[in-house]
Design a protein around this ligand. Structure first.
Ligand SMILES: [Zn+2]
Length: 212
């Protein structure tokens, strides 16, 4: 569902550009709004959310899908935690639909899906592992890297229940905006994938904005 934001970028309290292949890590407080902006179009922003005070409570795709009765995320979607609490609500969305079924790219999946020589290509899972390794204060490890959201990524579910990675439906300047309902640690891998059309074979930067 397309829903425009009423917030203006010039009033944002925080803005940061995240190059493809890099991670983004920030606590967004309850009541604050975070926007993820697809600067050049057709990018995938692989995102994990955690309770900022207790990272064992984290975004849960299965609880979110069950509660809203739909597999796609868009404006109005409430993102549920593993404790069945609302973590964030999508309050604006100019892309229209986001995936939470396809999972994140990893050395392992790149190898099995594409070719053995793809094993050493940089992947989202590596970016998250770098994030938790460079931020020991979070007390998080590999076991905290769980199921994610792929903002802007198009993974249509076919009539017979199949999943396909299709060409993106996002475009330059499209964004998704979420209001935090609890203090949330946002961890994004701006996807470096080169083997499937999730980012048009051309990974590009995103921008993250926060309004208090
Ligand atoms: Zn990826």
């Amino acid at each position: 569902m397309i829903k425009e934001s009423e917030l203006h970028p010039e009033n944002a309290n925080f803005r940061e550009t995240v190059p493809a292949g890099e991670y983004f890590l920030k606590v967004v407080k309850a009541g604050e709004t975070v926007r993820i902006l697809d600067l050049e179009g057709n990018q995938a922003a692989d995102t994990l959310f955690y309770n900022a005070h207790n990272p064992t409570e984290r975004y849960s795709a299965v609880d979110t899908i069950r509660e809203q009765g739909n597999v796609y995320l868009t404006a109005g979607s409430k993102l549920m935690s593993s404790e069945n609490n609302v973590m964030l609500e999508i309050t604006a969305d100019t892309c229209g639909r986001h995936d939470t079924l396809g999972g994140a790219c990893a050395a392992e999946s790149n190898t099995t899906r594409y070719a053995l020589e793809k094993k050493c290509m940089h992947a989202c899972r590596d970016s998250w592992l770098v994030a938790v390794t460079e931020h020991e204060e979070l007390g998080m490890t590999k076991r905290d890297i769980t199921h994610n959201i792929n903002f802007f990524m198009n993974v249509p579910v076919t009539a017979d229940g199949g999943l396909t990675f299709a060409d993106g439906i996002s475009d330059a300047g499209k964004y998704v905006e979420l209001r935090a309902e609890m203090d949330v640690l946002v961890m994004i891998s701006n996807c470096p994938q080169l083997n499937n059309p999730c980012n048009a074979y051309n990974p590009t930067p995103i921008e993250v904005l926060v309004w208090s």
